[in-house]
Ligand binder design. Structure first.
Ligand SMILES: [Zn+2]
Length: 251
């Protein structure tokens, strides 16, 4: 999990449309999430999803694996299918169902694992407040300072260096909130472990084939280049490898 910048300037048109605003008003009147497909259509909008996918460099907001749009007529979801995630679950925070900073692109497996988990250590906000009705797209930082959620918001916080990777591709953390994300999104699942392990094993092979100092610096440079390219899968892992090269690659 790494920090991603998403600006209010990228607010998709669908969220500005009158039809979306009237659905939002109806949710406020009902004081609960209404689960018919009509209420899902604004955030299931293709352009909105394309925009989120591009902002997140085609990667899952939680596990950092590359995502794809589900194929037409696909009868079973693939683990890296792009799904729309509400950081604060719409089942509780129904008034944030169309809030730009509450919408994240997340792979099918992470979304499926997380369900509606959202534990907080602060004071729960139970309804929208009058001064927030015209400002629903930038509430996350205010809400997080009051509610102190255990779950990390990828657009507000950078805790990527708190993740600890094993040589075998496993992940853990001494940070309680990172550990919470690992558990709730199941970032230890086998498919992800194997993907991360392949990166480590490939680098190990390259390291073992090195014969000159020059080749060593080239390998270090290649890892650095990967780690600063926002499109790279598992940037947090590359950063960890750079900081712990002796234990994870040469050890
Ligand atoms: Zn994921």
């Amino acid at each position: 999990m790494i920090k991603v910048k998403k600006s209010i300037d990228t607010l998709p048109n669908i969220l500005k449309e009158k039809s979306t605003q009237s659905k939002h008003k109806r949710l406020l009147t009902a004081q609960k999430w209404l689960s018919s497909s009509s209420y899902k259509s604004p955030y299931q909008n293709k352009k909105l999803k394309e925009s989120l996918k591009s902002i997140y460099n085609h990667k899952c907001a939680y596990c950092e694996q590359k995502m794809v749009f589900p194929k037409k007529n696909q009868n079973k979801s693939a683990s890296n299918d792009l799904t729309l995630e509400h950081y604060r679950p719409k089942s509780t925070y129904y008034w944030l169902a169309y809030s730009w900073d509450n919408l994240l692109p997340v792979c099918y497996d992470c979304n499926h694992a997380k369900e509606d988990f959202f534990d907080i250590e602060g004071v729960e906000i139970t309804e929208i407040r009058t001064n927030e009705i015209d400002n629903i797209h930038e509430l996350a930082s205010i809400y997080n300072s009051e509610e102190k959620p255990k779950f990390i918001h990828p657009e507000l916080e950078n805790l990527s260096t708190e993740f600890i990777f094993g040589k075998d591709g496993t992940v853990t953390s001494n940070n309680e909130r990172c550990q919470y994300v690992i558990e709730k999104c199941d970032l230890k699942r086998l498919k992800l472990v194997l993907k991360r392990r392949k990166i480590i094993d490939d680098l190990k092979s390259k390291y073992q084939a090195i014969q000159t100092e020059e080749e060593f610096y080239q390998l270090a440079k290649d890892i650095k280049t990967k780690s600063i390219n926002p499109k790279t899968e598992f940037i947090a892992l590359y950063d960890f490898i750079l900081a712990n090269f002796n234990t994870i690659i040469t050890g």
